[in-house]
Write a protein that binds this ligand. Structure first.
Ligand SMILES: Nc1ncnc2c1ncn2[C@@H]1O[C@H](COP(=O)(O)OP(=O)(O)O)[C@@H](O)[C@H]1O
Ligand SMILES: [Mg+2]
Length: 246
C-alpha cells in the first residue's frame, strides 16, 4: 500500500497528477462524474487509470464494462498501458480491481426481457458487486449503451435518474463515460441529462495543420472549486499524463 497521507479528507483522487490539481485535490467523495468525449478520446483508458490509481492506494475499485467483455477490456487496456500491465494483473488478482461485464444486448436477446427488466438487473448486479468488493470507486463504461437499450430519450433519462439515485444510495464515487458525437470542442452539445450528474470532465481534440492534441476541461464539479483551464493530456504506456499543470 502506498502513501495515503496526500489525499485530502472527503476527496477521491484520480491519481492523475495534473487532473487532481485541476480538481483542487480530487473529486468530492460520492460525486457522480461524467467523462465525456468522442471516440478515441481516451475515456475508457482515463477512467481505468483512475480505478488503477485508487486500487494502488489500497482502495477497492470496480470497473463495469457495458461496451465489451471484461476479458477484452483487460486485454486492450494492458496493450495500451504496457508498462503497468503486470501491476494491473496483480491488483486484479488481489481483488483491488474488479472488472465486471454486463452485456445488455445479450440479455435483451432473450426476447421476454424488457429494457426496464434488463436495466433493473444491471442495477442490482452493480449493487452486489459494490457490496461484495467493498468498492469505494466505480466506473461505468459506457452509459451511452443504455441509450441503445432504451431507444427513446425519455425512457433513457428516467433510467439515468434511477441509476444516479441508486449510486447515491450506495455511497460510492462514480465515473461514468459518455460517448459524444463530436471530437472537437466547437461541435460539442452537452445533452440535457448531464444536469443529473455532479461533475463533467469533457475530453476533446484540438486540431492544427500538423497535429491533433487531446485536451481535457472540467465543465462542472459540485462541492468543489476547480480549474477552468483546458489542459492537454497524452496517453502513454504507463498511463494518462496531463501536460503543463502546475
Ligand atoms: N500506448 C498508447 N500510446 C498512445 N496512445 C494510445 C496508446 N494506447 C491507446 N492509445 C490511444 O487511445 C485510444 C483509445 O482510447 P480509449 O480510452 O479506448 O478511447 P474512448 O474510450 O474514448 O473511445 C486509441 O484510439 C489510441 O489513439
Ligand atoms: Mg471507450
Amino acid at each position: 500500500m502506498e502513501d495515503q497521507a496526500k489525499v485530502e479528507p472527503g476527496r477521491v483522487i484520480t491519481g492523475i497528477d495534473g487532473l487532481d490539481k485541476m480538481l483542487y485535490g480530487g473529486v468530492p467523495a460520492t460525486n457522480q462524474v461524467v467523462v465525456s468525449g468522442g471516440p478515441g478520446a481516451g475515456k475508457t483508458l482515463l477512467s481505468f487509470n483512475i480505478v488503477y490509481n485508487n486500487a494502488k492506494q489500497g482502495i477497492p475499485s470496480v470497473f463495469i464494462t457495458l461496451d465489451e467483455t471484461p476479458q477484452n477490456l483487460v486485454r486492450n487496456i494492458k496493450k495500451s498501458f504496457k508498462e503497468i500491465a503486470k501491476d494491473i494483473d496483480d491488483l486484479i488478482e488481489k481483488k483491488l480491481i474488479v472488472v465486471e461485464g454486463e452485456n445488455p444486448s445479450t440479455r435483451l436477446q432473450s426476447k421476454s426481457d424488457s429494457p426496464e427488466y434488463t436495466f433493473g438487473n444491471i442495477i442490482s448486479d452493480i449493487e452486489s458487486i459494490v457490496q461484495s468488493s467493498g468498492a469505494r470507486v466505480i466506473v461505468i463504461d459506457s452509459v451511452t449503451l443504455l441509450k441503445l437499450l432504451f431507444g427513446d430519450e425519455f425512457a433513457y433519462r428516467k433510467a439515468i435518474l434511477l441509476l444516479t439515485s441508486n449510486l447515491h444510495r450506495m455511497g460510492v464515487t462514480t465515473f461514468l463515460t459518455v460517448e459524444m458525437q463530436s471530437s472537437e470542442r466547437k461541435g460539442l452539445r452537452f445533452p440535457a441529462e448531464f444536469f443529473l450528474f455532479d461533475g463533467v470532465i469533457s475530453l476533446y481534440q484540438e486540431e492544427s495543420e500538423e497535429k491533433r492534441t487531446l485536451v481535457a476541461e472540467i465543465i462542472k464539479m459540485r462541492g468543489s472549486n476547480h480549474s477552468w483551464l483546458a489542459a492537454p493530456y497524452e496517453i502513454t504506456e504507463s498511463g494518462i499524463n496531463f501536460i503543463g499543470i502546475e
